[in-house]
Design a binder for this molecule. Structure first.
Ligand SMILES: [Zn+2]
Length: 420
C-alpha cells in the first residue's frame, strides 16, 4: 500500500524510546511525502515522487489532502465496566464530594457491584462499541485495565473479556491487571480484613493472572486512603517477580511518594500525578519511568488543579497523555481532546502533545520499538485526520476529525462506516 496525497505526513520518527526535553519539539512534519506499507510493516517514508516510482504496482490510498499520523496510543483506560455513572456528575455540580457520593452508594463501589452482576458476554457486548468509539478518534493502541471486579472470579472475568476483545477487534489492546484498584467493601471492616485482601491479591489472584497470561502490566492505585506506599511496593514487587511490567496510579489527589516509588521500582509508567511533589518530579526525570498525565479527569471532576506537565517536561521527564476513559471520572473516548487540554491547560506545545500521544504513549506500554512512529520497520499503525495542518488536531476541540485508521496494515476505523 502507498499512502499519498496527505498535506502533511507527521512521522514522529526518531529513537525507539520515550522522547524527552528538546526532542519533544519536533514531531517530524513532512510535506509532499508518502508512506509505503508492506504487509503489517512500514517499509519506507519519503518523497511521494520517489516512492511512486519505486512502488508502481502498489495499492494507492488517497489521503485526500488530510494529515497522516502514527495511530494514537491511549495508554490508560478502564474500558470494561457495566453501566455509566452519569448521575454523579450532577451531584458533584450541586456540591457533593467524593465521600458523600460513595456514602450514597456511588463511586468505584457502585461500578464493582454492577460489574459483578453481569456475565462475560454482557461485558463484552458493552465494551466492544466503547473501544470502537475510542478507535473512531484516531486511537489504534489502547491499554485496558481490570479493576471493577475486586474478587478472583470477577477480575479474571474482566481480563478474559479483554483477551476476547484483543482477538475480535483490529485495534491493538494491552491488558493490565488492576486488582488493587480499591479495597472492596467486604474487606474494609478492619486492618486484618484489609491485609487479607492484599495477601489474597499477591498469593492467590496474581498467580492465576500470570498462569493464564492474562496481563502484560500490573497496576496499583497508590493514594492515601486507598493502597499505601508499603502495600503498593509489596504488590508490585511480587508482580515483577511473576513477570509483569509495572504501572502505578500515583499522586493523583495528594503527594504521597507514589512517583518516587514508581522510579524506585523501575515502573514503566506513573500515572495521574496532579499532586506530584518536587521530589517526585526529580525522581521521574532521572528515571526511565514515563509520566502519564490524564488532564481530562481533573477537568471532568471540576477540579482546579492540573498535572504539572511543564515542570515535568522542563525537568527532563518523559511525558505521555491519555484519556483515563472510565465511567466515574473521565468518560471520554476522545484522545485528541486530551491534546487540546495539553496545549490549552498544561501549556504544552502541539509537538509535545502529539509525541505524548504517540511515541511516549507507546513507551508507557513498553511498545516504543513497535508503534507510535511512521518509520521503516514499525507496525503499520496509521491515522488519517480531516485537517491540513497538525496544529488543527488540538485546535478543533472535542471535534472528531479522524477519517480512517489502520492497525498492522489492516483497516481499523473508517468514518464512512457506522461506529457501533
Ligand atoms: Zn486510572
Amino acid at each position: 500500500m502507498l499512502f499519498v496525497n496527505a498535506t502533511q505526513v507527521v512521522t514522529c520518527a526518531g529513537p525507539p524510546r520515550a522522547r524527552v526535553g528538546a526532542e519533544m519539539q519536533d514531531c517530524g512534519v513532512l510535506t509532499k511525502a508518502a508512506v509505503a506499507v508492506n504487509g503489517e510493516r512500514i517499509e519506507s517514508v519519503g518523497s511521494r515522487a520517489a516512492l511512486e516510482r519505486a512502488h508502481e504496482d502498489a495499492t494507492i490510498i488517497d489521503c485526500g489532502g488530510g494529515v497522516l499520523t502514527p495511530g494514537l496510543v491511549d495508554s490508560h483506560t478502564h474500558a470494561i465496566f457495566g453501566r455509566a455513572r452519569y448521575e454523579e456528575q450532577e451531584r458533584r455540580a450541586a456540591g457533593a464530594d467524593y465521600m458523600e457520593i460513595a456514602r450514597q452508594g456511588g463511586g468505584i463501589h457502585a461500578s464493582v457491584r454492577d460489574l459483578r452482576a453481569r456475565d462475560a458476554d454482557e461485558l463484552l457486548a458493552l465494551a466492544r462499541p466503547r473501544l470502537e468509539r475510542l478507535a473512531s478518534y484516531g486511537t489504534t493502541t489502547v491499554e485496558v485495565k481490570s479493576g471493577y471486579g475486586l474478587s478472583v472470579e470477577d477480575e479474571l472475568k474482566i481480563l478474559r473479556v479483554i483477551r476476547r476483545l484483543t482477538e475480535e477487534l483490529t485495534m491493538r489492546i494491552v491488558p493490565t491487571w488492576l486488582g488493587a484498584h480499591e479495597i472492596p467493601k467486604e474487606a474494609r471492616a478492619t486492618a486484618a480484613t484489609r491485609a487479607s485482601y492484599v495477601k489474597m491479591l499477591r498469593e492467590e489472584m496474581l498467580p492465576l493472572v500470570t498462569n493464564e497470561h492474562l496481563a502484560i502490566f500490573a497496576d496499583v492505585f497508590c493514594e492515601p486512603g486507598v493502597f499505601t506506599i508499603e502495600e503498593t511496593r509489596e504488590l508490585l514487587t511480587a508482580a515483577r517477580v511473576a513477570g509483569l511490567k509495572l504501572k502505578l496510579h500515583a499522586d493523583e489527589l495528594a503527594p504521597s511518594g507514589g512517583a518516587e516509588l514508581a522510579a524506585e521500582l523501575l515502573a514503566t509508567s506513573a500515572d495521574h500525578l496532579a499532586a506530584i511533589s518536587a521530589g517526585g518530579i526529580r525522581a521521574l526525570a532521572s528515571s526511565g519511568t514515563v509520566a502519564t498525565l490524564l488532564p481530562g479527569t481533573m477537568l471532568f471532576l471540576g477540579k482546579g488543579t492540573r498535572p504539572p506537565a511543564r515542570a515535568l517536561l522542563d525537568a527532563g521527564a518523559a511525558v505521555a497523555l491519555a484519556t483515563d476513559f472510565n465511567p466515574g471520572t473521565s468518560p471520554t473516548p476522545n484522545l485528541p481532546f486530551i491534546l487540546t487540554l495539553g496545549v490549552s491547560e498544561l501549556h504544552m506545545s502541539v509537538a509535545e502533545t502529539v509525541l505524548a500521544a504517540t511515541v511516549n504513549g507507546a513507551a508507557a506500554l513498553g511498545l516504543a520499538n513497535e508503534t507510535g512512529q511512521l518509520a521503516p520497520g514499525f507496525s503499520a499503525d496509521l491515522a488519517l485526520f480531516e485537517i491540513e495542518d497538525i496544529r488543527e488536531l488540538p485546535y478543533w476541540y472535542a471535534d472528531r476529525r479522524c477519517k480512517r485508521t489502520w492497525v498492522r496494515g489492516k483497516a481499523c476505523h473508517s468514518s464512512d462506516l457506522p461506529i457501533t
